[in-house]
Design a protein around this ligand. Structure first.
Ligand code: PLP
Length: 526
């Protein structure tokens, strides 16, 4: 079966890498691209500057003996390099990016425009606060929105990602237990379906981790939770909606049992997109929850940053919130850098300054442009889109939890691939040949060969249909025994199957000149 019959080959044997390798390493209009250092000659420069009047001798014996080895490129060379690199990777601006648990949605350009306003972009974190009142006001308003949307009384804005927010929440919980003389509480309960950052964070804070089993319908097993709650438990960490894409039906009971046992309820809020504007975690008894601004509130993420993971806190934990925070004072707004007040027992701070200002601006712009009603619509449409995918693909793939609707992501297992010899990985790689980023694979771990698809609310029905058409056709090809199409996929990507273990174990993160490369000549002494 041919999925796309215009413009490019879809059959493995017709793919350039197998049949006819190109002479240049380029494939069609996709250029082969060496490193910047391999491109640039040392003797070249992209700009024409007059020779400095004074030489570097002002520096005394600190003067550099040799050039620092920056590659010399002309402006078009440098520009082409980066544009070529940008074409090698998938992007949310290119096509649907169905990575479950990550909420990869469209990033409105308005947010980018706001973040680039000089009044925000050119601020220095050490500038006098009298000159940064607008930025402090934005932080204050953002905090207000986050507290209102979650129904929680306090928020720490500074954590720089979801995982950093988890660390912040657990440090606040540890500080609260220690202040109450409950330092012996050293255990954290985490459901088996949890994101890896949950147990990792608990361990990092010095807690031991106990797993809570899950029921056949993908929720926390209440009786198992009850049996594991005791007076050495510091907290539970529950994701809601959970990583199976399901709402924890017994969330109020989970919260009640946890509090009765004297523990705190940490909620992983990475999936807030599914309930924003509809459910306030504070009403569920949550004590601390991080919000991935870069997921729910649309700021760009991936490739390691930037992100922001503000943590909302209950009244019990609020006094332990890390510095800094914004207060209204006589001369305007003020950033409190140290816990001076007796009520404040800040456990410390999460980072040097106030957090990711650029992310705050983008998230606030998103909130203001959607409004409260628009944010509620986000959650409703995200859930609707995921259920559309679940309904359409259930005829060819096997949903992990067929009963009832899902929340914002549709989870399939690999039982429909049984006897085909094709794995979840092979199937995901074949999606690349169809122009889609693969879904999240093999997560959550509790589902065999898991495929977690999150479309988000920003995909239109047309785009969802295009995606479902391609997946349906691929699924039929898999069942029809066309293993070759999958085993060798991707055929059409710039790079094909990588040695992922080697890449993870021995990443090459720095460039060193090959021994044959001519070393930069020392600067000639004047
Ligand atoms: C994304 C995610 C995290 C971690 O957030 P980062 O911002 O990537 O650090 C934690 N838990 C869940 C469920 C997530 O999806």
């Amino acid at each position: 079966m041919t999925l796309h019959n215009v413009g490019r080959p879809t059959r493995p044997q017709a793919a350039a890498s197998d049949g006819h390798a190109s002479l240049t390493g380029a494939r069609g209009l996709l250029q082969d691209e060496p490193l910047l250092f391999e491109l640039g000659g040392w003797e070249k420069t992209g700009v024409d500057l007059p020779a400095p009047e004074h030489d570097a001798s002002d520096l005394g014996d600190l003067v550099r003996a040799a050039p620092i080895g920056l590659p010399g490129l002309s402006e078009p060379e440098a520009m082409r390099h980066y544009v070529r690199l940008s074409q090698k990777n998938h992007a949310i601006d290119l096509a649907l990016y169905p990575l479950g648990s990550c909420t990869m949605k469209h990033n409105p350009r308005l947010n980018e425009k706001m973040a680039r306003l000089a009044g925000f972009a050119d601020l220095h974190p050490l500038q006098p606060q009298s000159t940064t009142q607008g930025a402090l006001q934005l932080m204050d308003r953002l905090a207000h929105w986050l507290k209102t949307l979650t129904g929680m009384p306090a928020v720490a804005l500074s954590p720089k990602a979801g995982a950093h927010g988890e660390l912040c929440g657990l440090l606040a919980i540890r500080a609260a237990h220690e202040a109450a003389g409950h330092g012996h509480r050293r255990r954290v309960l985490v459901p088996t379906s949890a994101h890896g950052t949950n147990p990792a964070t608990a361990a990092f804070v010095g807690y031991s981790v106990t797993e809570i089993a899950q029921t056949d319908d993908g929720r926390v097993d209440l009786s198992d939770l009850e049996s594991k709650l005791s007076d050495d438990v510091a907290a539970i960490m529950v994701t809601n909606p959970n990583t199976c894409g399901l709402f924890e039906r017994d969330i109020l009971e989970i919260s009640r049992l946890t509090h009765e046992a004297g523990a705190y309820f940490y909620c992983d809020g990475a999936n807030f997109n599914a309930i924003v504007g509809r459910v306030r975690p504070g009403d569920l008894g949550v004590d601390a929850m991080h919000i991935n601004l870069h997921k729910t509130f649309s700021t760009p993420h991936g490739g390691g940053g930037p992100g922001a993971g503000p943590v909302v806190l209950s009244a019990a934990l609020a006094p332990f919130a890390p510095a800094p925070w914004v207060v209204h004072g006589e001369g305007g707004l003020h950033l409190v850098e140290e816990a001076i007040d007796e009520a404040a027992q800040a456990f410390g701070r999460m980072c040097a300054f106030q957090g990711q200002m650029g992310m705050f601006v983008r998230a606030y712009a998103y909130m203001r442009s959607h409004g409260a009603d628009g944010l509620r619509q986000v959650a409703e449409d995200a859930v609707l889109n995921a259920n559309y995918i679940k309904a359409r693909l259930s005829s060819v793939m096997t949903p992990a939890f067929p009963e009832g609707p899902c929340m914002h992501e549709a989870l399939f297992d690999d039982s429909w691939l049984e006897d085909t010899g094709i794995t979840t990985l092979d199937f995901a790689k074949a999606m690349i040949d169809e122009g889609f980023h693969p879904m999240t694979m093999y997560f959550p771990l509790v589902v065999h060969g898991a495929m977690l698809i999150e479309p988000t609310e920003t995909e239109s029905k047309r785009e969802l249909d295009r995606f479902c058409d391609a997946l349906e056709a691929l699924a039929q090809a898999a069942k029809a025994g066309d293993a070759e199409r999958f085993k060798g996929a991707p055929y059409l990507a710039p790079l094909r199957r990588l040695d992922e273990t080697l890449a993870a174990r021995k990443p090459k993160l720095t460039w060193r000149p090959e021994p044959t490369t001519v070393a930069p000549a020392p600067l000639a002494a004047e």
